[in-house]
Unconditional design. Structure first.
Ligand SMILES: Cc1ncc(C[n+]2csc(CCOP(=O)(O)OP(=O)(O)O)c2C)c(N)n1
Ligand SMILES: Cc1ncc(C[n+]2csc(CCOP(=O)(O)OP(=O)(O)O)c2C)c(N)n1
Ligand SMILES: [Mg+2]
Ligand SMILES: [Mg+2]
Lengths: 324, 328, 324, 328
């Protein structure tokens, strides 16, 4: 199996889907000749032509709006929005149309749109380049929200998302773009909507997605040295949420810490906490803790590491659930 | 337009007018929740859509009753939207190539452009037409749609009905520019037509559709029209516009203009009264079929959210089912 | 004290602020001559002139964007967006600029913008006219989110919001617009950020805001007949949240049901549930329950009452916390 | 432009060029995180901002180093933005009437329009100028800004630097129309100028500002320019553009053109070398002051979110303070 970065794995997934299904389209800002600012679409225009891989004007609402129309015409659009923060100009098209068109047309039109969104922080980016809007999308009925944590998942989930008949907001963790691992380039055929226990543990369960999965694995390793056994659950899909795996994992330890980069208030950790409240109350030995970004706009690059949940902050929360 | 087509246009305009009046009555009687009448805009709506072929795709806003009639859309399914039975309408959008009604102003122009881009990618010579008001042109999405259409030479006809008002805001406060000139600004032709003149509308739309079919890209048509009624049955337009304006508009009723044109060309009175009878019959059929039509059951709100409901959603559906009991 | 509807109370609050502070501006679609589609701005243009009360083009992003610029120029804008669902085209300006401009300018510019937003469902409106986007705003650091439940609160809170130096998303419950009560038209001088116990109760606490406060009061009355004593807490402000009052109220009963119209997943009830998890775990006698809109796009008017939490659905949840 | 002003323009353009080059070096040396160079756009930037008066308000994007220099903005505070010290920059935006840098493309045009509406409401004869690239004109917000400005006759100058590229997308794929024509479409004048010609830029901007001050509303200026470098130091422009294009642009360097113009009018070589010395000194001062400058402490991320922090936020701040310990 080749050693690939997440960028390369995503590129391979796009190549696979473009080759497998000739109505797949890739478009967005700078995805053509440049191959995307992160090179995720590198070489695709050359290989599949300007008809199927093309640059658009600088207009995110336009990108999502034409994706809706292309889907109605029977295409399978895979648009890219260049950065998380630039998905905001497209929010209306996402909330008002992409999410609702199947319903509005009473099922006449599928919306097999996979919106790729380089997301989250940690790369020292300028303003608007490090946002974590997952809870907005998760709150929008009609959208699915998928976010891989490593190269292999990135490949599998992107293929699954593109095959899916529903709109998927596919949030790629930029800070993990360059991490390499061996990747099997055979589509696993997994449906989206399954969480994954990436590390088993008996004292408490860390729940995370995207970039924070890696952070939680670091925490689990650190804790292990102190004789504390932490499980790590990678949700992978926020909608649909694999509630069964979540409840089982947490019920086993009775203690959970949920971690994300987004600000705390009304972030998706609140949803996870509420689900545990409702579905695992009886087995909870301590209140579920959240470790999140602060309730501030994502700060400038020089201080972002004081914003993103650190190993120490997560360990403190672990301590809290263990000591309760 | 040949004589047959002109008569057909009149017939459909009349039908649209009578449906429109009936819808206002139905609303007053509590059969509809609210309705945005289009009386006064029949020539713009009917003549433009008749200039297209059945394979072309129509993207309407909420005030396109005349377009729907021209397209042969099932009126019961259309009107049920205004009874709150289903957002977007209950007609078969695929069969008539008539998209669900868009009530978020301006957002559907991009869908038409995307659809047209798709038709072009497929090498099909189909055209999209999208209907919107002059108010809609102020939304950023409208300009993004113009720009995408220009760049991708999308086979799309932008059909703007400038009826002078966006609810209470007059067109001259909506923009300091002239709407038809937006076309040029984005690299394609814009034209202004008298939206009360069915023949002019038909000619402009045919030309635009032909151009699109030839692969030469979009056209923006600004049709100057008037709405005789309020913005919707919930609106009180006496608060913001002079009655004189409405009276002048009614004196230039596009229906009356076309009737005069037809009469001058020798169409006999009996033909007009037949058309009137036909419309009256259609309206009473609509009334009856609406009275008989049932709204979809509440649980259908779950059924088209995703292609297949995720487990949590299926559970919510069964919770509602249980709450509503066996009769639901 | 006069008997006023919420519409009239809001109108009085706007009149008060326009008169009290000559840099207050009211603008939006149809707010001038028409007086707003709900007549909240009725008569204001006539009284204060077209300079201070004016119609804008049909462009929500434009409305919020110029509000930011007007605030920079020292004005105090009170824009109206006509309906909840039409705030979505303005989300980018809200998230990217309105919420962040104070920070971006390092405090050089206040953003005393009060965005009035007729919100929530229950009036049989067409698509996009019944949305409950409060959790999106609450998740956006830099914004405050205020939502009154009755005419008196509407008056007090709107005056407080307009006086506040920060951007406030002011969500007005349309379904309560026409409910009348006696209203004291003296600004109470209350700061925003205080919840209110609208009904005391000892068996369980219902937590709500906006239109669902009235619904919860109906539930409490119904329960009383069965000998169950329910308290009702009106949060009034989601950001800043009055956590102290929330925790105290729930600690007293040990049982809570949180109610909102928005879809369940990642709705603000999740945040309330998570706060109770973190701050009241020890005193909870049953898991906090959520009663919310279903995870579907807001349905068409004919069936909306099967979407909005009903008295029965809330009572079922109450039963669940009592029986636990 | 009189002789003094022309020399002043050159001096500031040169200064901007040297700062720009230094910023690229600083980025390579790891002192800055990333930087979007503007070399090639000096005439457009400096000459336009010099046409305004100090009370006028400037709304820059992220590539307006030349405008900042023309405006006298503190360079250390400006450059610190590119070290990630503070989003928007650490200069005093009120003192220089130079707004925080906007890095969401297109979104700041509306702020300029709002500010200008505010100035007009106040009866002040102040003008706003907003800088953006040709790519930004595709965003819906740009069109909404044009439309609001037209309707409210806002005293605003829309200054578009069309440098031919939006990252890798060439201007001809950005729009099928010509940018300057957007003005007319929204009811106000649009002009195109040679952005490499400082005098032409000055003249066009002065005329636009005068017009605005007279209460006649906005103007759109499209200045044709070239960026010599990549989109930013993170970009590799060899992937998408021919070297020949850059070489041609460099041969028409606006700095060289103005120098030739000045030399022809009798400005001696010594004056140019003095200007060069002055720039060199300024650059080394900048380097030193950047090295000495400290970034604001992390806890400041809490301090400007609200006018006064709500209790929960104050608590979060103290949690971070505790985590960072006494040295933070
Ligand atoms: C995005 C959005 N904003 C506001 C509204 C509320 N609204 C409905 S129709 C309308 C006026 C539309 O005017 P115009 O585009 O001229 O079309 P007309 O109603 O005249 O046919 C407004 C403001 C809406 N439906 N969508
Ligand atoms: C809303 C938004 N979308 C995308 C980007 C990413 N981006 C940054 S600069 C840029 C190109 C801008 O081109 P142009 O407006 O011509 O300005 P230039 O960079 O040439 O000065 C893009 C796509 C952004 N910053 N903001
Ligand atoms: Mg109109
Ligand atoms: Mg450019």
């Amino acid at each position: 199996m080749p050693e690939l970065s997440m960028v390369q794995a995503l590129n391979a997934a796009l190549r696979h889907c473009l080759a497998a299904h000739d109505r797949t389209l890739v478009f967005g800002q700078d995805v053509g000749r440049l191959g995307g600012v992160f090179r995720v679409t590198d070489g695709l225009q050359h290989e599949f032509g300007e008809r199927r891989v093309f640059d658009t004007p600088l207009a995110e609402s336009g990108i999502v709006g034409v994706a809706v129309g292309l889907a109605m015409a029977g295409w399978r659009p895979v648009p890219e929005i260049q950065f998380d923060g630039f998905s905001f100009p497209a929010l209306d098209q996402m909330l008002t149309n992409l999410a609702k068109y199947r319903g509005r047309s009473r099922g006449a039109y599928d919306m097999p749109v996979t919106l790729r969104l380089p997301s989250y922080g940690g790369i020292g980016g300028p303003e608007h380049h490090s946002e974590s809007p997952e809870s907005i999308y998760a709150h929008t009925a009609g959208l699915k929200v998928v976010t891989p944590s490593c190269a292999q998942e990135a490949f599998n989930l992107l293929v699954a998302a593109i095959r899916d008949p529903d709109p998927v907001i596919f949030m790629e963790p930029k800070s993990r773009y360059w991490a390499k691992e061996e990747v099997a380039l055979e589509p696993a055929g997994l449906p989206i909507g399954r969480a994954c226990v990436v590390r088993a543990g008996s004292d408490a369960t860390l729940v995370a997605w995207g970039p924070m999965v890696h952070r939680c694995l670091q925490v689990a390793s650190a804790a292990e040295e102190d004789g504390v056994s932490l499980g790590v659950l990678d949700l992978r899909c926020l909608v649909p949420l694999d509630e069964a795996t979540l409840l089982t994992s947490v019920a086993e330890t009775g203690r959970a810490v949920v971690v994300h980069e987004a600000p705390r208030t009304a972030g998706f950790a609140a949803e996870v906490s509420a689900r545990l409240m409702e579905g695992a109350f009886g087995s909870l030995k301590a209140p579920v803790q959240r470790v999140t970004g602060w309730d501030v706009p994502y700060p400038s690059g020089a201080v972002e590491q004081q914003y993103i949940p650190s190993v120490d902050r997560i360990l403190l929360a672990v301590q809290r659930v263990l000591d309760y | 337009m040949d004589a047959d087509r002109l008569r057909e246009t009149y017939r459909l305009m009349l039908l649209a007018r009578r449906y429109d009046e009936e819808a206002v009555r139905l609303q007053r009687q509590g059969e509809l929740v609210a309705f945005p009448p289009m009386s006064g805009q029949e020539a713009a709506q009917v003549a433009s859509v008749l200039a297209l072929s059945p394979a072309d795709m129509v993207f309407p806003s909420y005030r396109e009753l005349g377009v729907a009639v021209g397209r042969g859309v099932d009126m019961t399914g259309y009107m049920l939207a205004f009874r709150g039975a289903w957002n977007g309408g209950l007609y078969d959008c695929r069969r008539n190539r008539f998209a669900p009604m868009a009530s978020s102003v301006g957002s559907h122009l991009l869908h038409a452009v995307g659809w047209a881009m798709g038709a072009r990618l497929d090498g099909r010579d189909e055209v999209a037409i999208v209907y919107f008001g002059e108010g809609a042109t102020s939304e950023g999405d409208a300009s993004e749609a113009f720009n995408f259409a220009g760049v991708f030479r999308a086979p799309v006809v932008f059909f703007c009905q400038n009826n002078g008002w966006a609810i209470s805001v007059p067109a001259e406060r909506q923009s300091a520019g002239e709407i038809w000139r937006r076309g040029e600004a984005f690299g394609f032709p814009g034209v202004r037509v008298d939206g009360g003149d069915a023949e002019a509308v038909f000619a402009a739309t045919s030309a635009a559709a032909e151009r699109a079919r030839r692969g030469e890209g979009p056209t923006l048509i600004e049709a100057l029209t008037h709405r005789f009624g309020p913005h919707s049955t919930a609106d009180d337009d006496t608060r913001y516009r002079e009655r004189a304006e409405v009276e002048t508009a009614r004196r230039n009723d596009p229906l009356g203009r076309l009737r005069a044109r037809l009469a001058a060309s020798g169409v006999p009175d009996s033909w007009f009264s037949d058309a009137e009878d036909e419309a009256r019959l259609a309206v009473s059929e609509l009334r009856a079929s609406l009275a008989a039509a049932e709204n979809p059951p509440a649980v259908e709100m779950f059924d088209f959210v995703y292609a297949a409901p995720p487990p949590a959603l299926a559970l919510q559906r069964s919770q509602l089912e249980e709450l509503l009991g066996p009769d639901a």
